[in-house]
Design a protein around this ligand. Sequence first.
Ligand code: MSP
Length: 663
Amino acid sequence: MINFLVRLYLDLKYILWSEKMKTFYITTPIYYPSNKLHIGHSYTTVAADAMARYKRLRGYDVMFLTGTDEHGQKIERRAQEEGKTPQQFVDDIVIWIKDLWKTMDISYDKFIRTTDKEHKEVVAKIFKKLYEQGDIYKSEYEGLYCTPCESFFTEHQLKDGKCPDCAREVEKVKEESYFFKLSKYQDRLIKHIEEHPDFLMPQTRQNEMLNNFLKAGLEDLCVSRTSFKWGVPVSFDEKHVVYVWLDALSNYISALGYMTKNDADFKKFWPANVQLVGKEIVRFHAIIWPAILMALGEELPKQIFGHGWLIINGGKMSKSIGNVIDPSILVQRYSSDAVRYFLLREIAFGQDGNFTNQALITRINSDLANDLGNLTSRTIAMIEKYFDGKLIGKGTENEFDANVQEIIKENVSFTEENMEKLFFNTALENIWTIIRRLNKYIDETMPWVLAKDEANKEKLAGVLYTLAEGLRIVSIMIEPFMPTTPSKIWAQLVITKGDLTNWDTIHNFGALTEITAKKGENIFPRIDIEKELTELENAQQPIEQLQSNKELEPEVPISIDDFTKVKLKVGEVIECDKVKKADKLLVSKIKIGDEVRTIVSGIAKFYSPEEFIGKKVVVVTNLAPVKLRGILSEGMILCAEDKDGNLVAIAPEKEIANGATIR
Ligand code: MSP
């Protein structure tokens, strides 16, 4: 009997617990660590983070997955160029990526790397299972091949009939390959997309996939390669490595322990609630990925959301175009909360949006410093001034209160609806409607006039109560987007994380009973836009592009004419200093014959100004001048760089006059 009761109690507890524990699984794509990430990459991650934080606040048990996609020919080659093994090469960048996510307050629950042992084992198992059940078969890949680049191309990818990468002749080749029967799943995929209107969002992506790909007919997919080694070997045929996309897509389930003994997370979190991807990789996620899952007999994710791009001057950000924006510089200058706010507020999620420094600073000034910053500082300052920082009771209401409370109620519910649809920018608009309404309320009620007459004390208390309670509600609502600002507001309202900071409390205006206010730091200081724009642009100069060989294209022979275009001369360092607020840079005066030039170089880690003075160096003299941290740099000092990035300035081997030409 006792046993039975204990059993019953445990069962009931479990039922109640699982009712209560709602789960939410959200993923970002896994990033290529072949480059450092730019603000465009941060966009996907910041959006996923806002959603993960929102769901946690709503009581969900969240799994937020991100990571890195580390295999493939591109990475193998980049590593080679840097004289590193592929593993060393990716290890270095992954440290940098994790650091970036830390500075941007990305609260991922798991970071997966496709070089993780556990992941590789799962990929190998998936490949084998699909092969054994007949969904993968061996055949031959026939196509155009560039031997030096080890790359396959289709006819229309060629440039003037030659390799688009190195401009050399391509040849027709046949390579033994494994193929996945993608075509077999075509009809099921069409049916799934048509019957589940929420599966692929926004709507435009559905039409794109259905009309441009699925209804045009799918071909089987080549899923193995033999021409390079950096990948997961096919377990039963080791000269093949698994195609990078099959390897990469599997991360979403390998991270949950799929096909392993530790598959509790898979049981708990799969199918994913939302998989966020940029629009250019929707095809892989809305066609190949579901087809693989169908072949494995697993459920499909509930939603794939293909967001738009952050563009610069009408084009996608790209390292090769040289128009990338480094998020860490922005975070350092304006805080991660400000950058996150801008990304999610400025661009309608799903559409493309332009990034400009000016738009960023304008938004910081208008929305953060003016609207939110002023609401906070005015509310706190008035409670301090008129009530010595302590407000007891709720005072009396005035004729504007009903409308303020209505606006709050309405916009709390709009925010919740918009968050469910991943409409981040509209959710933020809803929150800012509350903030602007509260600021207007200050102008309507004019507390400074009420304060003149002691008889208005209760009325004044009522106004300040509404403001403080409104501010508290706003501070909770911004938390998913701006994780560090709320605690700065709470410190000034003297509340700690707990009952008064729970999301549920924002549904009923009036949870705050006693208010203590304590003036603190200005949460978003106003920026002098003119001055800041110049300083920011200087800070964003691509120093690395000028002074490193990291971006080397595959070696293509150049003619002697090309070489002689570069003018090299011997110069002597006559003055040298550190550049303020730039720990990598030295600024030197170099005497080259009769002229003296100013040159900024990224060598401060390797030479002190004192030891650099007096050295003879080699200078590129016909490089277009460029401003670095506000200093016009008129040339470049040649350095040798080893695989660890150590730099040594190149010097003439024997004494020679400065100004001597190098040829
Ligand atoms: N490794 C693949 C994804 C494999 S997922 C199984 C990949 N990596 S990526 O590093 O190139 O891109 C990662 C994400 O960053 C993609 O969703 C991509 O759309 C996003 N972005 C890269 N540049 C972007 C912008 N300029 N704007 C917005 N997002 C962009 O693709």
